[in-house]
Ligand binder design. Structure first.
Ligand code: ADP
Ligand code: MG
Length: 147
Protein backbone atom coordinates (compact mmCIF):
# COMPACT_ATOMS: atom_id res chain seq x y z
CA UNK A 1 0.00 0.00 0.00
CA UNK A 2 1.40 3.36 -1.06
CA UNK A 3 -0.55 5.67 1.22
CA UNK A 4 0.15 7.38 3.52
CA UNK A 5 2.95 9.01 1.55
CA UNK A 6 5.04 11.86 2.92
CA UNK A 7 6.74 14.37 0.66
CA UNK A 8 8.33 17.78 0.91
CA UNK A 9 9.91 20.38 -1.34
CA UNK A 10 10.23 24.04 -2.16
CA UNK A 11 7.15 25.75 -3.59
CA UNK A 12 7.69 26.91 -7.16
CA UNK A 13 5.67 29.16 -9.44
CA UNK A 14 3.03 27.41 -11.51
CA UNK A 15 1.42 28.56 -14.72
CA UNK A 16 -0.56 31.20 -12.90
CA UNK A 17 -3.69 29.64 -14.35
CA UNK A 18 -5.79 31.83 -12.17
CA UNK A 19 -6.31 29.45 -9.27
CA UNK A 20 -5.89 32.33 -6.86
CA UNK A 21 -8.46 34.43 -8.67
CA UNK A 22 -10.89 31.54 -8.19
CA UNK A 23 -10.16 31.58 -4.47
CA UNK A 24 -8.39 28.23 -4.71
CA UNK A 25 -4.63 28.89 -4.87
CA UNK A 26 -2.54 25.74 -5.46
CA UNK A 27 1.09 25.52 -4.40
CA UNK A 28 3.19 23.69 -6.98
CA UNK A 29 6.11 21.34 -6.34
CA UNK A 30 9.20 21.21 -8.55
CA UNK A 31 9.69 18.30 -10.97
CA UNK A 32 12.31 16.70 -8.70
CA UNK A 33 9.65 16.20 -6.01
CA UNK A 34 7.00 14.95 -8.44
CA UNK A 35 9.48 12.39 -9.81
CA UNK A 36 9.81 10.86 -6.33
CA UNK A 37 6.10 9.99 -6.18
CA UNK A 38 5.56 6.23 -6.13
CA UNK A 39 4.84 5.08 -9.68
CA UNK A 40 1.53 3.51 -8.69
CA UNK A 41 0.02 6.77 -7.42
CA UNK A 42 -2.55 7.48 -10.10
CA UNK A 43 -3.62 10.93 -11.19
CA UNK A 44 -6.59 12.42 -9.40
CA UNK A 45 -7.53 14.35 -6.30
CA UNK A 46 -6.12 13.37 -2.88
CA UNK A 47 -6.48 14.67 0.67
CA UNK A 48 -4.11 14.93 3.59
CA UNK A 49 -2.19 17.27 5.86
CA UNK A 50 0.31 19.98 4.97
CA UNK A 51 2.53 22.57 6.63
CA UNK A 52 4.68 25.41 5.36
CA UNK A 53 8.14 25.17 6.94
CA UNK A 54 7.76 24.57 10.67
CA UNK A 55 4.32 26.24 10.66
CA UNK A 56 0.92 24.93 11.66
CA UNK A 57 -0.45 21.77 10.07
CA UNK A 58 -3.51 22.33 7.88
CA UNK A 59 -5.95 20.15 6.00
CA UNK A 60 -5.23 20.00 2.28
CA UNK A 61 -6.50 18.74 -1.04
CA UNK A 62 -4.02 17.89 -3.72
CA UNK A 63 -4.30 17.32 -7.42
CA UNK A 64 -1.91 14.95 -9.13
CA UNK A 65 -2.31 15.47 -12.83
CA UNK A 66 -0.69 15.27 -16.22
CA UNK A 67 1.38 18.40 -16.77
CA UNK A 68 0.40 20.14 -20.03
CA UNK A 69 3.80 21.91 -20.06
CA UNK A 70 5.44 18.55 -20.78
CA UNK A 71 2.75 17.55 -23.29
CA UNK A 72 1.13 15.43 -20.55
CA UNK A 73 4.12 13.07 -20.26
CA UNK A 74 5.05 14.20 -16.74
CA UNK A 75 2.97 14.48 -13.61
CA UNK A 76 2.40 17.63 -11.60
CA UNK A 77 1.47 18.05 -7.92
CA UNK A 78 -0.62 21.02 -6.78
CA UNK A 79 -1.64 21.49 -3.17
CA UNK A 80 -4.47 23.66 -1.86
CA UNK A 81 -4.13 24.19 1.90
CA UNK A 82 -7.48 24.73 3.60
CA UNK A 83 -6.39 27.84 5.43
CA UNK A 84 -6.28 31.57 4.72
CA UNK A 85 -2.64 32.71 4.53
CA UNK A 86 -1.67 36.34 4.93
CA UNK A 87 1.15 36.02 2.41
CA UNK A 88 2.32 33.84 -0.45
CA UNK A 89 4.98 31.26 0.39
CA UNK A 90 6.90 30.74 -2.85
CA UNK A 91 10.37 29.34 -2.12
CA UNK A 92 9.36 27.95 1.29
CA UNK A 93 9.41 24.23 2.08
CA UNK A 94 5.97 22.62 1.88
CA UNK A 95 5.47 19.35 3.76
CA UNK A 96 2.62 17.10 2.68
CA UNK A 97 1.24 13.88 4.09
CA UNK A 98 -1.00 12.29 1.47
CA UNK A 99 -3.58 10.07 3.16
CA UNK A 100 -6.35 9.20 0.75
CA UNK A 101 -7.92 9.40 -2.64
CA UNK A 102 -11.05 11.40 -3.49
CA UNK A 103 -11.64 11.04 -7.24
CA UNK A 104 -9.96 10.60 -10.62
CA UNK A 105 -8.76 13.50 -12.73
CA UNK A 106 -11.44 14.71 -15.13
CA UNK A 107 -12.27 17.61 -17.38
CA UNK A 108 -15.14 20.03 -16.87
CA UNK A 109 -17.45 21.82 -19.29
CA UNK A 110 -17.15 25.12 -17.52
CA UNK A 111 -15.04 26.95 -14.99
CA UNK A 112 -18.09 27.04 -12.77
CA UNK A 113 -18.45 23.25 -12.70
CA UNK A 114 -14.72 22.92 -11.99
CA UNK A 115 -14.97 25.28 -9.02
CA UNK A 116 -18.06 23.45 -7.73
CA UNK A 117 -16.19 20.13 -7.94
CA UNK A 118 -13.19 21.52 -6.05
CA UNK A 119 -15.45 22.91 -3.34
CA UNK A 120 -17.00 19.47 -2.90
CA UNK A 121 -13.48 17.92 -2.82
CA UNK A 122 -12.60 20.37 -0.04
CA UNK A 123 -15.72 19.41 1.94
CA UNK A 124 -14.96 15.71 1.54
CA UNK A 125 -11.32 16.26 2.61
CA UNK A 126 -12.39 18.21 5.70
CA UNK A 127 -14.82 15.49 6.72
CA UNK A 128 -12.47 12.55 6.16
CA UNK A 129 -9.57 14.29 7.90
CA UNK A 130 -11.66 14.63 11.06
CA UNK A 131 -11.47 10.86 11.59
CA UNK A 132 -9.48 9.52 14.51
CA UNK A 133 -7.20 7.62 12.12
CA UNK A 134 -6.30 10.73 10.09
CA UNK A 135 -5.67 12.83 13.20
CA UNK A 136 -3.40 10.16 14.60
CA UNK A 137 -1.39 10.01 11.38
CA UNK A 138 -1.02 13.80 11.50
CA UNK A 139 0.37 13.59 15.04
CA UNK A 140 2.71 10.73 14.09
CA UNK A 141 4.21 12.49 11.07
CA UNK A 142 4.37 16.14 12.08
CA UNK A 143 6.50 17.47 14.91
CA UNK A 144 4.27 19.59 17.16
CA UNK A 145 4.99 23.32 17.11
CA UNK A 146 3.82 26.04 19.44
CA UNK A 147 2.38 28.42 16.84
P1 ADP B 1 0.78 29.43 -9.31
O1 ADP B 1 0.35 29.23 -10.71
O2 ADP B 1 2.10 30.18 -9.22
O3 ADP B 1 0.83 28.14 -8.54
P2 ADP B 1 -1.66 30.08 -7.85
O4 ADP B 1 -2.68 31.08 -8.27
O5 ADP B 1 -2.03 28.63 -7.94
O6 ADP B 1 -0.31 30.40 -8.65
O7 ADP B 1 -1.25 30.45 -6.34
C1 ADP B 1 -0.40 29.58 -5.64
C2 ADP B 1 0.43 30.29 -4.58
O8 ADP B 1 -0.42 30.98 -3.66
C3 ADP B 1 1.23 29.31 -3.73
O9 ADP B 1 2.49 29.01 -4.32
C4 ADP B 1 1.37 30.04 -2.40
O10 ADP B 1 2.56 30.83 -2.39
C5 ADP B 1 0.15 30.95 -2.36
N1 ADP B 1 -0.93 30.51 -1.45
C6 ADP B 1 -1.59 31.35 -0.59
N2 ADP B 1 -2.52 30.69 0.11
C7 ADP B 1 -2.49 29.39 -0.30
C8 ADP B 1 -3.24 28.21 0.07
N3 ADP B 1 -4.22 28.26 0.99
N4 ADP B 1 -2.93 27.04 -0.55
C9 ADP B 1 -1.97 27.01 -1.50
N5 ADP B 1 -1.22 28.09 -1.89
C10 ADP B 1 -1.47 29.27 -1.30
MG1 MG C 1 -0.88 26.78 -8.60
Amino acid sequence: KTLPFFSRGKVVRGFGRGSKELGIPTANFPDSVVERLPADISTGVYFGWASVGAGEVHKMVMSIGWNPFYKNTKKSMEVHLIHKFKEDFYGKVLNVLILGYIRPERSFNSLESLVTAIHSDIEEAKRRLDSHECRKLRDDFFIPTTD
